[in-house]
Every structure is written in C-alpha cells, then in structure tokens.
Design a protein around this ligand. Structure first.
Ligand code: ASP
Length: 303
C-alpha cells in the first residue's frame, strides 16, 4: 500500500474571483505534483523522496506561495521557509528565511541528510546550500506581478496577510506512506505577504507545520503560521494519536476544528496515518489539495 497527499495552501481564492481557466491551472499544478510524488512511491521509492518530489513540483509552479511563486515580505524581497521529516527515524531538516535558493525543500533535505543540524536560517542556510551545490535563481525568477500588487496593497493598508486580496494561504506541502510502511512530510512556503523581515512561520518548525512519525502519522500544515506555532499543530495531532489513542480523523478534527478555531487559527493540513488513512481538514473557505492511492486520484479546492 502506498499513499500520497498534497496541499497548495488553505484559504484559496474566493469562489467569486475564481474563473474556470484559473481553476484548471491550479488543478493541473496539483495533478503534476501528485504525479511527481506518486511515481516515486510506485517505483518502490521512499516516502521522503516522494514528498520531496511532490514539493519540488509545487515550488516550481508559479501560482503557489513557495519557491518560484513566493510572496513579498515587507522589504520587498522573498524569504522562504521549508522543512522535511522522515517518520522512520525522526530525522528532520529545515531552512528558514532564505532568498534565491530555487527549491528550499531540497535545502531542508540536505540539512537533514548532510549536516549535524536540524534548522539553518538566513545567510548561513544559503551558504550551506551553496556548498551543497544547490541551484540558485536571480530575484527576477521569483518576481510575479500579482504578488507584487498584493504586497503594494498590504503595504498601503499596513497589514500582513497570507495572500492578501484573495485570502489565500498558498504554502505547499506533502505527506506520504511508502510500501515499506514509512511515513514522511514536507512543507515549503514564502510565508505571509508583507511579513516582517526575519519573520519565521510554522512551516520550518518541526512539530508546528511539519511532523512525521511511523508510530502515528505524517502532517503538513498551511495557515496562519503564528497560530499554528502556538497550537503546535502537527505534533499535537501525533500526540493525540499516540498518547490518547485517537484516530487520525478524531485528532485532526479536534485540532483543526476546535483547538485552532478557539484561538483564531485559520488554515488546514494534509495527514496520512500508518494505516494509510488520509485526512485533509481545513477551517478556511478552501484548501488546494489532493491525494493519490492505488485506486484514486483526486484534486479539490473548495469544500
Ligand atoms: N503557514 C504559512 C506561514 O505562516 C503560510 C501559509 O500557510 O500560507 O508562513
């Protein structure tokens, strides 16, 4: 049995501003990521390689807020966060506040595999990426007129937002279960439009935005990062399963539809447990999401 679930962010463009053409483009982006990740699982590859491939595909897709499509921070640059976790050994890698690294999830993976650390940030993370021979891109690769306008709007109104005009949290992520029974999770984001220089969200924080443990589940979150950090969302779901015996569905419902709602935490997540159950809960209007099993291939945006 193999399983893959992905997200391209919670919140989504309001239904009223979505056109058929745009919807098809988003769905294609999700399908491509499912293809990229599922191919790895089908070939007997590891869950870690599968989530990495799916997230690279989402990072390269310009409409999601990660990699190429990252939003602007309050100084008009892009600072990206990413993480990856291997549920078979609880190894994890994460990077935060990097600019110009083409695929931050590959940096997170290199930190997990090739450093003695879990989390590197800013210039140090970029330097490590260079030493690892990872690909860099000029600023114009990350430039996007729509994102620029969102930032200008946010600047004018002095707000921070996940995707200002259309209320989209465009972070990307993936979770997988491979044929060996191993779970993995990965998340990547440009963060929030107009966020303060140096701000770190939940995405690179193991236990908040990302978590994987073969004994319980794999989780990748999207939403208002500050609230997801305070609620320690990903680890909380794993703990509810491990210590309280809740099912994946029960644990996800409690955290996303109760605990997060109580503190005003808008967003969602994708989750797979060790039995192959898949949950894609969110408390926002929509969440770009999808999953693939031996018999199903589904992508969805709204409820
Ligand atoms: N969770 C991300 C952050 O706060 C944003 C998102 O999910 O779109 O950085």
């Amino acid at each position: 049995m193999v399983r893959l679930a992905i997200h391209g962010g919670a919140g989504t463009i309001l239904r009223s501003s979505m056109t058929a053409e745009l919807q098809a483009t988003y769905e294609q982006g999700l399908q491509d990521a499912l293809d990229a990740g599922y191919k790895v699982l089908q070939a007997g590859g590891s869950a870690v390689d599968a989530v990495q491939s799916a997230v690279v595909s989402l990072e390269d897709f310009p409409l999601f807020n990660a990699g190429k499509g990252s939003v602007f921070n309050n100084t008009g640059t892009h600072e990206m966060d990413a993480s990856i976790m291997d549920g078979s050994n609880l190894k994890a890698g994460a990077s935060s506040g990097t600019s110009n690294v083409k695929n931050p999830v590959l940096l997170a993976r290199a930190i997990m595999d090739k450093s003695e650390h879990v989390l590197l940030c800013g210039k140090g993370a970029e330097q490590f990426a260079k030493h690892q021979g990872l690909e860099f891109e000029e600023d114009n690769y990350f430039y996007n007129q729509h994102r620029y306008e969102q930032w200008q709007q946010a600047l004018k109104e002095d707000t921070i937002s996940l995707d200002h005009n259309d209320k989209k949290f465009g972070t990307v992520g993936a979770v997988a279960l491979d044929a060996q029974g191993n779970l993995a999770a990965a998340t990547s984001t440009g963060g929030m439009t107009n966020k303060k220089y140096g701000r770190m969200g939940d995405s690179p924080i193991i236990g908040a935005g990302t978590y994987a443990n073969n004994n319980t589940c794999a989780i990748s979150c999207t939403g208002h990062g500050e609230l997801f950090i305070r609620a320690v969302v990903a680890y909380d779901i794993s703990c509810l399963m491990e210590y309280k015996g809740l099912s994946l569905q029960e644990a996800c419902d409690m955290v996303v539809h109760d605990k997060l709602v109580k503190i005003g935490g808008e967003g969602g997540l994708v989750a797979i447990d060790k039995h192959g159950n898949i949950c894609l809960p969110f408390n926002s209007e929509g969440m770009y999401r999808g999953y693939a099993t031996e018999t199903e291939r589904v992508v969805m945006i709204y409820k």
